[in-house]
Design a protein. Structure first.
Length: 404
């Protein structure tokens, strides 16, 4: 009966109801979009470093991470690959051979990272082909290289020019080779653009006299959210001969930066919730002021105050739920839109952001958890604020209310 009465009261004054629902709805939309942008920034940051280069989990020979030389590489055979790929949570295993060497054109020389990889597997993992801005992708066993476009500019090389590589291979062997430039790459990270040379995996092994060895193996996962669990399981599975590291262990500075920014974000979201609460509270005050005469009449004709207060509270809860649900339904398309069409920063800001190794775009996360988290918080705040009318009605003098 009380619920039915509350529902009728809500629609007796549609203008007031729409204002109350709208205040909650816009608060939910605003909170979800702000949170979505923050989480999207973290996702993009991780994707640019993890998805393009490091991978979520890497396998090395024990001790390699502290002393990254070819002498700390490990032998890869089909049996080892099969033992990794049979694990159901691993969707892709990509062996790589990484070394540092001098690269040069006719007159210019520079140090660079030489990375041997399997182009076909890499395409599935990091969409390597989408990073090519000039030329084409290398094929397996093709005697050609891909260069970061900034490195190519420094060396004054173009597609089809020849790059010379000189360095120290496995067991200290002096190695050298010359390869045509097949394509130029552009990564979100300036460091990769400035210092990156990619060869087919087997070509890099031959160049470095490394036989069937690899320095690291990148693992792509079925569920990235279970990365820590998989890392622990792999460490036990492979034993002490190998070291298994996830991206948080390899790049603790990025993990700490995200955690610090999240902590700062809690303060900012707290300020947002405070502003939202004042907005909703203002709507509640307006509603109370308009209905004082009505409340005075109802108490005078014999309605108990606690019943009246409970009806008003139910009204507020219903309007809050309607506003919250509407806000979540309208906010999710916005998250999808700004995920597919990220906001590009202005040129000056973009240059400053790129210097820190990040893409100058703002892209929202589409994680549904953001909807429910922010929707629940705003609905909870509005429900708590709706306690105020209960207190007001409890202390209401019916005679004064009818004269108001």
């Amino acid at each position: 009966m009380l619920l039915k009465l509350a529902w009728r009261n809500i629609w007796r004054n549609k203008r007031r109801t729409y204002i109350t629902i709208a205040s909650v709805m816009f608060a939910v939309i605003f909170a979800i979009v702000i949170k979505g942008l923050k989480e999207g920034m973290y996702d993009r940051m991780i994707e640019n470093t993890v998805g393009n280069y490091f991978g979520y989990i890497q396998i090395h020979k024990s001790g390699y991470w502290d002393d990254q030389t070819l002498d700390n590489s490990f032998s890869i055979d089909q049996q080892f690959l099969d033992s990794i790929q049979k694990l159901t949570y691993i969707t892709n295993a990509l062996p790589r051979l990484q070394n540092f060497a001098l690269v040069s054109s006719d007159t210019i020389t520079k140090g660079a990272v030489i990375l041997g990889l399997d182009p076909e597997k890499e395409e599935k993992f990091s969409s390597l082909g989408s990073r090519i801005i000039e030329g084409g992708i290398i094929e397996n066993e093709e005697l050609a290289v891909l260069l970061g476009y900034k490195l190519a500019e420094y060396l004054k090389l173009k597609v089809e020019d020849t790059l010379i590589i000189m360095g120290q291979g496995y067991h200290g062997n002096l190695v050298a080779g010359s390869y045509p430039v097949k394509g130029l790459l552009k990564f979100p990270s300036p460091e990769l653009n400035d210092n990156f040379v990619i060869l087919p995996f087997t070509v890099a092994q031959d160049l470095m006299s490394a036989g069937s060895r690899a320095t690291n193996m990148i693992l792509d996962l079925e569920d990235h959210n279970k990365m820590e669990k998989y890392t622990t399981g792999l460490k036990a599975y492979l034993g002490s001969t190998y070291e298994v590291m996830d991206w948080k262990e390899m790049m603790p500075e990025i993990d700490k930066m995200i955690e610090a920014d999240r902590a700062e974000g809690i303060i900012l979201m707290g300020i947002l919730y405070l502003l939202v609460s004042f907005g909703i509270f203002g709507t509640v005050l307006m509603m109370l002021a308009e209905r004082m005469y009505e409340f005075g009449i109802m108490i005078s004709i014999g309605m108990r105050k606690y019943k009246l207060a409970f009806i008003v509270w139910i009204e507020m809860v219903i309007m809050t739920l309607l506003g919250g649900i509407a806000g979540m339904l309208l906010a999710y398309p916005l998250l999808i839109y700004f995920n597919l069409r990220p906001i590009y920063m202005g040129d000056d800001i973009a240059k400053a952001i790129e210097e820190y190794g990040f893409e100058p775009i703002m892209q929202t996360s589409t994680d549904p958890g953001i909807l429910f988290e922010q929707g629940f918080i705003i609905i909870l705040l509005a429900t708590i604020i709706s306690i105020y009318p209960i207190i007001k009605i409890k202390n209401l003098n019916s005679v004064k209310a009818m004269r108001a």
